[in-house]
Each structure stands twice: as C-alpha cells, then as structure tokens.
Design a protein around this ligand. Sequence first.
Ligand code: PDD
Length: 284
Amino acid sequence: MSRIAYVNGRYQPHRRAQIHIEDRGYQFADGVYEVVLVHRGQPIDEGPHLDRLDRSLRELRIAQPMARAALSQILREVVRRNDIDTGLVYMQVTRGVSRRDHPFPTKPIKPAVVVTAKRVVVPDDEKVEQGARVITIPDIRWERCDIKTIGLLPNVLGKQQAREAGAFEAWQVDRTGMVTEGTSTNAWIVTSKGELVTRQANHAILNGVTRLSLIKLARQEGLRFVERPFSVEEAKGAREAFISSATAFVTPVTQIDDRVIGNGRAGSLSLRLRQAYFDYMAGA
Ligand code: PDD
C-alpha cells in the first residue's frame, strides 16, 4: 500500500508530496512539529500533543493553521489512509511561504501544514532487557528548548555522534555538568535510594508528553518521585536509568559513556514503568 501525506489541504501520495522552495520552514526552520504515537490505530495523548503544538505556535507567533478539531480529524485520517496499527504521526506547521527575508512577512500568510505517518515495530523483550547505551555530550542548543521547533541541528549532530559511538542516544549536558535531556528523548534516573528523578520542565528541556504521562503513572504507582537536575556523575552511579519519548516509550539505559548502570540489565523500576505505560496505552 502506498503512503499518503496531508499537505496544505490535500491528501497526496507520499512520494509526490511537495512543499514550496520558499517555505520558511525550509529556509529558516521557522516552524514547529509534533510526533504522536499511534497504538491500535488510536493516537495516544492526542490532547496534550495538540496543546503543546498550540503553545509552540504561540511562542513563535505563528498563526493557528486551523481549528483544533480539524487538525485532529486530519491526524486520524492520515492514520486511517496509511492503515497504521502501531506507528507514529508527524505533524509540522511552518509560518508559511514568503520571499526570503528574516523578519515575519508584513502581510499575513497561511501557515503550511504537513501530516505524515509511518509504522513502527516495538522492540522485543530481550532487546529491552539489554537496554540502551547513551553517551554524554555538551548541550549546544539555544535557550528555548521548551519550544518544539523543527530547528534540530544540534539534536541531529548529537544523535549522529551517538550512532557513530555505537550508542542509541546522547544525553546533553549543560555548562554546570547537569544532564538536560536526550537529543529526542527525556532523561530519567533511579537513585541508589530508589528515588525516581527527572529534570523539571523549564526552558532547558522539552516537556515530553510521555514524560508527563509517566509522572502521573509514577504517582499512581506510589513511587518516590522528584523533579530536579542530576549530574552526569550522579547518573553514572544511579541504580537505574531510562529515556522516554513517543518513539522510545520507556527504554531502559544500561550504559552511560563507559560506565555500566546497575547490573547491566534493564532496571526493575524502569520495566515496571514501561509496563504501566503499555497498560495506559492499551486503555487509551
Ligand atoms: N522527540 N526531548 C526532545 C528534545 C524531543 O525531541 C522529544 C521528542 C522528547 C520527548 O517528548 P515526547 O515524550 O513528547 O515524545 C524530549 C520526538 C519523538 C522526535 O523528535 O522525533
């Protein structure tokens, strides 16, 4: 079955879908995006993703492209037309098309909207138990990482560095030695005292929708949880570590740089939260 993309009002064959060469997203990364997990054909946490999209648009003063219900309908239609059971929907909104000039166009332009979807395969239990390796790298991003912009060059370079080091993810580290987040995931540890820790959401990180769901689940499970920064050293000495995102769910981390975490297998609390998240998805 051929893939279908939504582009500015039309559903088109994915391979023929095109945007304008003077789209400000293409020229200035002047746009925002969301990635929504689809499970059994249903978008997971659609509301919080659309809320975050609204917020990103507002922060960059990009006009809302359409009513929320219309966007939701397109999201579902793209899932349906691509026959996605387990997968991801990508939504991108840019400021629109205008002759290249840095300031916003003086005349109002229509934001450009692209929605695509793809299938994903959930890794098997053995792979999850083995856990992922992460490396640590300096965080060289700007000071508004809370906005989900399509300007992702530092993230791309960081992820590539991870891949070349044989790792799954790179944890970015601020100037004070504290971990901010992964290049496309939030970072978590379980301390030697059994406390679940992730950095508080401010301008230094993207407030992950998966992160927010996990915080709720951790509270429901009665886990001891605290939002605070943690250092690379603390992470290396942690009992457990994991990452979260719409694409990684909860993925246990078993090595940070050259240091093995715990006994080198996925931690029990990480696996418990992964399961709680799958249960939550199944009930959605
Ligand atoms: N990335 N931090 C960063 C920098 C991210 O890019 C993402 C998501 C997250 C996790 O957010 P969420 O739980 O809402 O997926 C944290 C998406 C998946 C991506 O860029 O593909």
